[in-house]
Write a protein that binds this ligand. Sequence first.
Ligand code: NAG
Ligand code: NAG
Ligand code: NAG
Ligand code: NAG
Length: 409
Amino acid sequence: MKLNGSHIFIFFAFQVLTLVISAKEGPELLYTPQYDIYLFDKLYDALTSRDYDKELAGIVEIRKMLESPDPSYDGFERSGILRRLVEHLSSEKDVIQYESASAIATLCSKGYSYLVVESDGISYLFNTLLSFNKTIQQQGVLAFGYIMGHNPDYRDKCIEEGVVFHLNRLIFSSKTPEYLLQNVSWAMSNLCKGADEYMDEEAINEILPALTTLIQHSNPAILQYAVASYGYLAGEGGKFIQIVIDSGRIVNIIGLLNHTDVKVQFAAAGTVSILLTGNQQQIQRIINYGALPQLIKLLIHPKEDLKINSLQAVYNLVTYGNPKQIEALLKLNVIPSICNLLDNCSRKIVKKSLDIIHILLEKSESIREIIGKHVNEWGGFEKLEEIMDKTISRLHDEDNGISQGTCSR
Ligand SMILES: *[C@@H]1O[C@H](CO)[C@@H](O)[C@H](O)[C@H]1NC(C)=O
Ligand SMILES: *[C@@H]1O[C@H](CO)[C@@H](O)[C@H](O)[C@H]1NC(C)=O
Ligand SMILES: *[C@@H]1O[C@H](CO)[C@@H](O)[C@H](O)[C@H]1NC(C)=O
Ligand SMILES: *[C@@H]1O[C@H](CO)[C@@H](O)[C@H](O)[C@H]1NC(C)=O
């Protein structure tokens, strides 16, 4: 390449810039301590003192630091103190075990699971699940939940070391109190999140009976995570959707669309919507269990989130279903409900509704005829056009700050 005048100048400027940047960062990285070394040394000494009171005081201080809004993660990463902290998870003293588990669960909850994993925390955490003390077990379950939700690699590592066995033990034990079971159900959902073809098949086979227990519980907080777990498992599609269908719990999942707790309904609608991305036989199974009337009922639910999840389910059905399945949906008068959503609703809902109509209009002549008939019964295409004009100008006004999104249901 031949360098002309301006190339040389840019090259020169780039060199200078590089120098300026490195001059600014270099010394800071090399010499300036980024954390209070004195404090962390003191804590390190306390944790290795073999003096009960000193150890406990040090651990409590660490727990409080981690609970504060902006702890020095750098100090925790570089001082080597976490490695000492996780060792205390196997303490024979309840208080020490509890305090260190609580510190570690807090650290994981803030997105720093990797610091715990890199300090060999996973294997030490199993000690908390083996405790007879429920509040210690709870902190362990929370830590595992966050670690498994962090990424599939960590999830697989926890599975490899035996987390499914321990969670199942808590689920099947009559001694597990409801508050703890809530957290176990949540941890299970994090275990199922991002299920992929690499996930241990044996683990999936062991999880299913546990989910069967959880999805028949009466506590909404437990149900919500149990039903979401099936959706996460099915998220990988094909074979995984079949696993969920074969688990025999579709009837429970669909039943939860009609639960009295909105969060449970929301999770159930999300799961049903994922199941409707399957092949036509799989979709037919979901229809046979009576999912469609329940889903359509949710289109007029006052909660926006619920409307969106059930619209997504309708969208998946018209995308992946065959003409017969789509006709079964249309028979339930879904078109008038969708036309009404184009009025008065939030941008997300309007967009999803229009997407559904677009897909439907590209289907066969007979489906287009049914739609035409239903739109006419609802009020006609002129009314639909009027509403769309009104909605377009309303959304436009919202964009320009003229109105405050008064209609964002
Ligand atoms: C469990 O451990 C915590 C923390 O040390 C303690 O407060 C609680 O009393 C213990 N519970 C039982 C039942 O021993
Ligand atoms: C754990 O369970 C408690 C109820 O005991 C609940 O308040 C808390 O939100 C749960 N935490 C998570 C992460 O699910
Ligand atoms: C839905 O729930 C209501 C009230 O809880 C109940 O009356 C109704 O029978 C349920 N419908 C179905 C189809 O389960
Ligand atoms: C939308 O809002 C207008 C005015 O509040 C009301 O007249 C109309 O019935 C609403 N449309 C629907 C479908 O709820």
